[in-house]
Design a protein around this ligand. Structure first.
Ligand code: B12
Ligand code: SF4
Ligand code: SF4
Length: 450
């Protein structure tokens, strides 16, 4: 059943407006129908053995929204930016932007529920609205292209014009017809920066070898070859390399760089103030003062400027801003990996509910997120420490062992001398973690490392 303009509000505009208020940077609409063209692509990938075990649904479900929900008439696609984050420090492991801070699946599910509430309040006539964030059967990038949300770059990413690709996608399945948008033209031109930059050299081929992508390798529990293990470098979860070189992400990367600059200025100011001399110069390169400065800058930004750590609005987004809140009550907003949203003090139940509905800013947004993690601490993770640091982030979904394995490989890649003693101790206790045992641990302990 179609929704006519004279039925009430212009629903597409109304939905887009509400979505923007909730922080989505682009939305679009596509007709829910079976797509034989996508089926062809997926079949070919299946025949070539290129489907990762992370995808389990049937071919029909992956290519036809009505197989997922027979009432579905329109697929609404929404793009939500990953929060700004700060680079790893020297010697640290790195987590991809999609996996720092509160798990985007949880964030988006709350935002989508809030959006549904707002639409119901505005009189949306549909009977039901269903959502998908990453883990459902539908191929989200395909629908994002159909809905005109963006185009697929040579790095395989969905790139939103004017925004870039550091974003998550979500789908709302609607049981009413809305006029579909048209796809936007691709914008890679003659560029090939990501092809050169990809450490695994898998871009620019006719079939994307997902099983060789470093993002996949950080998540698989299969034993990695020596080459794969060394290609991981210091990656602990995910890989952002082909997006970091993309010119379409320049605005975002500039924002991150200026944020980092702001923190360094704060460090210098704080060090100067401590010494009673504002012209004191650079403080020692210690992590503690960096975290302190980041905390101060995060709180100041949230409290004074009235925005959380979302990327600043880009020209065609209108005036989206996170509402103001005094972040002073946010409790300990130190380093992202040690903050669990619900454990932040000073947030009452009512405020929590509003925050969960996406209507008030999350005080945790005042905390600046770091992509770096201490490698040795990650290797030594206990279950409670895992839950506290990673359990509520998207980096936690494969469990503690995989992060420890990646930390082990990163330390090995960096030829860190502490590994030898750690291994010797573990072997004595007969407790080398299973996911690490396969990596020539004994040979390494015998002296690789000296
Ligand atoms: C499995 C999976 C992975 C696997 C395999 C990815 C792959 N390319 O096959 C691994 C673990 C490697 C992975 C890695 C990453 N992933 Co992932 N992943 C998924 C997941 C769950 C399914 C993807 C899938 O079905 N792939 C099969 C292929 C065929 O489809 P596709 O690559 O997604 O889309 C292609 C088609 O749509 C086709 N296409 C586009 N238009 C058209 C038009 C026609 C007519 C046809 C026929 C085809 C076609 O082109 C696209 C690109 O090849 C999706 C969520 C979802 N449910 O869709 C997230 C998703 C694609 N991943 C996402 C992210 C963020 C990542 C990482 C960036 C995370 C990181 N930093 O490490 C990396 C990027 C790696 C890369 N270069 O692609 C985001 C994408 C955001 C974006 N801007 O594009 C998604 C959408 C999750 C989300 N909800 O936000 N991922
Ligand atoms: S995510 Fe990393 S390994 Fe995968 S295609 Fe991009 S650069 Fe290559
Ligand atoms: S780096 Fe260049 S080729 Fe690669 S996706 Fe971005 S614009 Fe396209």
């Amino acid at each position: 059943m179609g929704v006519r303009e004279d039925d009430g509000p212009d629903w597409k505009e109304c939905m887009a407006e509400r979505a923007r208020e909730l922080g989505f940077v682009r939305v679009g609409f596509a007709k829910a129908e079976r797509r034989a063209d996508l089926e062809g692509v997926l079949l070919r990938r299946e025949r070539l053995g290129l489907v990762t075990p992370f995808v389990r649904a049937s071919l029909r479900q992956r290519t036809d929204p009505r197989e997922v929900w027979p009432e579905c008439r329109t697929v609404m696609v929404l793009a939500y930016p990953f929060p700004l984050s700060l680079p790893p420090l020297q010697g640290e492991g790195v987590i991809a932007r999609s996996a720092v801070g509160e798990d985007y699946h949880a964030v988006l599910r709350k935002k989508l529920a809030a959006l549904e509430q707002l639409l119901r309040a505005a009189g949306w006539p549909g009977r039901e609205i269903r959502q998908q964030v990453d883990t459902g059967p539908l191929v989200e990038r395909f629908w994002a292209v159909q809905a005109g949300v963006g185009w697929i770059g040579r790095n395989q990413q969905l790139i939103v014009p004017g925004v870039g690709s550091f974003l998550a996608l979500a789908l709302l399945l609607l049981d009413r017809e809305l006029a579909p948008n048209t796809p936007v033209p691709a914008g890679c031109g003659e560029c090939g920066l990501c092809l050169e930059a990809c450490p695994a050299q898998i871009l620019g081929q006719p079939d994307f070898r997902a099983d060789r992508c470093l993002s996949y390798l950080t998540q698989t529990k299969e034993v990695l070859s020596g080459r794969e293990a060394s290609l991981l470098g210091n990656r602990i979860f995910g890989c952002d390399t082909c997006q970091e070189v993309c010119p379409h992400n320049r605005l975002r990367l500039r924002q991150e760089a200026s944020l980092y600059e702001e923190i360094q200025t704060e460090r210098r100011r704080a060090a100067g103030a401590q010494a009673g001399d504002a012209a004191q110069g650079d403080p020692a390169e210690d992590v503690g003062s960096l975290k302190e400065a980041a905390r101060a800058v995060g709180i100041r930004r949230c409290a004074v400027e009235g925005r959380g750590m979302q990327p600043e609005p880009v020209p065609d987004l209108g005036a989206h801003r996170e509402p103001t809140r005094d972040a002073g009550a946010a409790g300990d907003v130190a380093r992202n990996v040690s903050i669990k949203p619900d454990s932040v003090g000073g947030v009452g139940a009512q405020e929590n509910a509003a925050r969960d509905a996406g209507l008030r800013p999350n005080p945790v947004a005042a905390a600046l997120l770091f992509r770096g993690v201490d490698l040795f601490q990650t290797l030594l993770l206990t279950k409670p420490a895992f839950r506290e640091k990673f359990g509520w982030t998207a980096a936690g979904w494969r469990g503690k062992g995989i992060l420890q394995r990646n930390a082990f490989l990163a330390l090995k890649n960096a030829q860190d001398k502490r590994l030898r003693h750690w291994l010797a101790e573990r072997k004595q206790g007969g407790a080398v973690p299973p996911l690490i045992e396969a990596y020539g641990a004994s040979e390494f302990a015998a002296g690789d490392n000296d």
